[in-house]
Design a protein around this ligand. Structure first.
Ligand SMILES: Cc1cc2nc3c(=O)[nH]c(=O)nc-3n(C[C@H](O)[C@H](O)[C@H](O)COP(=O)(O)O)c2cc1C
Length: 178
């Protein structure tokens, strides 16, 4: 698919076809795309936890997602996104290189995730990035080490609706040319 078409085709999907399941091969493919992203000194600190079995998805939804996100993600697999803290944006002795600190870890993870969701779109899959989630419950349930910062949960599955795209700003709204 042409890159511009891909950008236009991707929407947040909040209705999934539960009869069609995402495969481990598809998960591997989107994670491989994520890995191609640039990162601070190539530190590649993003980490992913893919929840694919239905009993674990159900447990995760009840413990870690608010009702609305759990309902919207119904029928999809879930990918929890984290990054190794205090590496991206930091020197080897763990001193922050500048005022952004672990903001760079979030930045790198976001670049990874952009690749991930666009690759999913190319595969005919839909995604929903969910920042509203319970980080402490996620850490407990998945035994995520304290060395990792938990970011969003991404639902990934077969779309069961073609939503319209929310309005975007114009170039002049976000670009200052000097
Ligand atoms: C960091 C981040 C967190 C988000 N959290 C949620 C969420 O918790 N629940 C939800 O329904 N959508 C969530 N979204 C999806 C946005 O609402 C959506 O991307 C935006 O409205 C633009 O729509 P589009 O993705 O269809 O272009 C999130 C998106 C991002 C990037």
């Amino acid at each position: 698919m042409e890159f511009t078409d891909l950008l236009e085709k991707r929407h947040s999907i909040r209705k999934y076809d539960a009869s069609k399941k995402v495969t481990k091969d598809q998960i591997d493919t989107v994670i491989k795309a994520a890995i191609q992203a640039p990162s601070w000194k190539n530190s590649q600190t993003a980490r992913y936890y893919a929840i694919m079995s239905q009993d674990k998805i159900d447990e995760f939804c009840s413990k870690c997602l608010p009702e609305r996100n759990a309902k919207n993600a119904n029928g999809a697999a879930l990918i929890v996104c984290t990054f190794v803290s205090d590496v991206s944006g930091f020197s080897a002795d763990k001193v922050a290189d500048n005022e952004c600190g672990n903001g760079w870890g979030f930045y790198d993870m976001g670049l990874h995730n952009a690749n991930l969701i666009l690759k999913a779109t190319e595969l005919g899959l839909g995604t929903l990035v969910m920042g509203i989630r319970d980080g402490d419950s996620i850490r407990n349930m998945l035994s995520i080490p304290d060395t990792e910062t938990i970011g969003p949960v991404i639902a990934i599955g077969y779309p069961d609706a073609e939503p319209s795209r929310p309005i975007r700003k114009n170039i002049d709204d976000i670009l200052t040319t000097i």
